[in-house]
Design a protein around this ligand. Structure first.
Ligand SMILES: [Zn+2]
Length: 209
C-alpha cells in the first residue's frame, strides 16, 4: 500500500505563487471542490461512508472553513515536525501552538466516528469500507476525514522525513525520498544553486573593494 500523503498534499495548497508571494489554492470553495475531486481516490472511502462521492463532491463556505481549519492545524504540526529545522515561511508567524493544533486536529477527527466494515461480495474482492452513524454534514465528514489522514501521517514513519524546502521563495513541505534530497523538486535546487552563486560573487566583489 503506498504511503498516505494526503495531509502533505493538503498542507502544500499554500504555495509560492511564482512571483515572490504566497498563493492559497483553498481561498475559495471552488478551489477545495477541485482539490477533493483531484484526490477522489484517497477520499472516496471516507466520503462514501456518508452520503457523498468524492468525484462529485462540491464544497461550500462551511466545508471550506472546516477544511482550512484542519489545514492550519496540520501546518502547525508540520512546523513542529521539522524542528530543529525552520518551518515553511508562508505562515510560520500566524500558526496556533502545537498544543492548540493537536486539540484542533483531534476535535476534527472526533466529529464523525467511523466504523470499519468488510465488503466481500460472492465472486468479488474483499475491501475494507467504512460506515458512519447518521448523516453528518459534509463539512464535518470532510474535516474528520482530513484529520484522520493527518493523524495517520503524523503518527507514521514519514513524519521524520518531512522537511520545509529551503530554496529561495519556496514555501513547500516535502517528504524526503532519499537521504541526500535537499529540495522539494529539482527546479528548487537549481534556483538555490543560482542564488548561492550570486551570493558568492557578491561576497567576492565585496572583498575586492
Ligand atoms: Zn521547493
Amino acid at each position: 500500500m503506498p504511503a498516505d500523503h494526503l495531509a502533505l498534499d493538503l498542507a502544500v495548497t499554500i504555495r509560492h505563487d511564482g512571483h515572490g508571494g504566497v498563493a492559497d489554492d483553498l481561498a475559495e470553495p471552488a478551489g477545495l471542490t477541485g482539490w477533493v475531486r483531484t484526490h477522489a481516490a484517497d477520499l472516496q472511502a471516507d466520503l462514501a461512508a456518508g452520503p457523498y462521492a468524492a468525484a462529485t463532491f462540491t464544497a461550500d463556505d462551511a466545508v471550506l472553513a472546516a477544511a482550512v481549519e484542519v489545514r492550519t492545524a496540520v501546518r502547525a504540526l508540520f512546523a513542529r515536525a521539522v524542528l530543529p529545522g525552520p518551518p515553511s515561511s508562508a505562515d510560520a508567524d500566524r500558526l496556533p501552538t502545537a498544543r492548540q493544533a493537536l486539540d484542533r486536529l483531534n476535535a476534527a477527527a472526533a466529529l464523525v466516528p467511523v466504523t470499519p466494515r468488510l465488503d466481500w461480495p460472492q465472486g468479488g474482492a474483499a475491501a475494507e469500507c467504512r460506515t458512519v452513524a447518521g448523516a453528518p454534514a459534509p463539512a464535518d465528514l470532510l474535516a474528520a476525514a482530513l484529520a484522520r489522514h493527518a493523524i495517520g501521517f503524523l503518527a507514521g514513519p514519514d513524519r521524520e522525513l518531512l522537511r520545509a524546502c529551503p530554496a529561495p521563495r519556496c514555501v513547500r513541505y516535502f517528504v524526503k525520498e532519499h537521504a541526500r534530497q535537499e529540495w522539494c523538486k529539482p527546479s528548487c535546487g537549481n534556483r538555490a544553486r543560482v542564488a548561492r552563486h550570486h551570493a558568492r560573487q557578491r561576497a567576492a566583489g565585496g572583498d575586492a573593494t
